[in-house]
Design a protein around this ligand. Sequence first.
Ligand SMILES: Cc1cc2nc3c(=O)[nH]c(=O)nc-3n(C[C@H](O)[C@H](O)[C@H](O)COP(=O)(O)OP(=O)(O)OC[C@H]3O[C@@H](n4cnc5c(N)ncnc54)[C@H](O)[C@@H]3O)c2cc1C
Length: 485
Amino acid sequence: MFLLEFFLKYSTLQNISVAIVGAGFAGLRAAQRFEELDISYTLFEGSDRLGGRVYPFSYQNGYLQYGAEYVNGVNNEIYEIVKKNNLLSKTEIDEDGYETVVYGKEVNNKLYNIWDKFESSTNEKLERDGANKQISSQNVSQRIDFYFDAFLKTQKLSQSEQTIMENMNKLFKNQFQLEWSSPADDVSFENQNITEKRNLQLCLRNFDTWDSGVDSEATLNEYGFKTILDDLISKVPKTKIKMSSKVVNIDYSGNKVKILLSNGQSFLFDSVIVTSSLGYLKKNKNSMFTPSLPAQKSAAIDRFGFGNNMKVFLENDRPWWPRGMSTVQISGRIGSSGTGTSLEDDLMVFQPSLWAKNILVAWIAGNGPKEVSKLSDSQLITILNNHLTSNLKDVYTVSKIKKIYRHNWISDDFALGSYSYISIKTCQSNTEDIKLMRNPILINRRPIVCFAGEHTDSEMYQTVVGAARSGLQEADRINNYYSSL
Ligand SMILES: Cc1cc2nc3c(=O)[nH]c(=O)nc-3n(C[C@H](O)[C@H](O)[C@H](O)COP(=O)(O)OP(=O)(O)OC[C@H]3O[C@@H](n4cnc5c(N)ncnc54)[C@H](O)[C@@H]3O)c2cc1C
């Protein structure tokens, strides 16, 4: 009897076949799980590259990262790969190595110290606000302004000192734009084809919901995510991956799921795991599924936030920044085009690479990535050179940028942005959007269309850890169902 049951269960699993859409960390981890379980699958990747938003590129004796670079938390599989391969950086970012330049001048120690106290107390207040149900649906940027206005009233500052503080506040808000990939206003969502764009900014609840277990972010060495990606890929046979195979429709109206590719080919499967980015789903969900997605899931996809930050790697003849400088921040810029909302206003944060000695990394958020994606390399180099030389001339002898390296996530058709966050709209609707986005479509209890990807992980959305975990979870969901038959 036992043997018969075992045989029936095994033969059901042997006979099923699953499609995985997307070979980022969610898709690769799901594939790896199916390998372990001996379940047949095909992994469809639309681009000509594996890794999705993990995108290492070779530079000198290592790899720079267009996408993910740090590993959050320690109790997870990605950190295990870091440990196994000795990938931790020997040099850490020096938190004291900040240089802040406002209107071309270094901010003096007196003002910096006043600011520092405000910043640390505000960070604590924001954490608390995130857990406070009465206010957690408010906009982070507006909440910072609220604290800042109250703080200014308590200080006896001259007009020029106040102006410096206002610029420090802009830099502070930009840190949130960068870290959470959320724009302070709605302007940068113009590219996302969303009719109702309002209220997609970052809400305070993120600070309470997002949780990596321990508050740590590992900085990796020059091999970093290249080795992590190779580790995942090594467990998935090439024969099971179809590269440059864009899935344009998933028809789950029949007993089998029909996967249609952009080249007209189609394939039948028992179940599918969709790992397309939230940006991709926002734009393509209406044509991608037959029948359409359930209304609640579709609305959650519209409501949830998907940001657009990026890095531009600036290659210089020589490192002009001093040893020990970890970041230079620029605000209240001086330069050619005066005030206004030009790209230069979003060129605020520059960090030397920890291992590529002549590389400075420009971290760009807000409206910047959209503007950057419209420019050629030579146009962008000219803007960056003018920006750095005019704003830093009293502080450093800046050398010219020779070459830049970048990936425009906002115009990458398979990403259409960087990563997700809880928006004001999600907070205000009082819905569990992550769960709604993750819920599988079931037909007679069968998980026929499953959803994975960073935006479906309840606590570590935004991250590779969350992405991989979601892929594993959906592979297990499918296995559990067919094993139970
Ligand atoms: C600039 C930047 C910095 C980041 N920094 C960090 C960091 O330091 N640490 C961290 O943990 N995370 C970071 N992230 C986020 C992290 O990269 C993502 O959370 C994670 O890689 C997402 O994995 P995923 O599998 O969910 O999606 P993706 O990596 O987007 O994978 C989805 C895959 O599906 C493919 N695809 C999409 N649609 C189709 C289709 N229709 N047909 C076929 N294929 C399709 C795509 O080409 C892609 O390969 C960063 C991201 C960016 C952009």
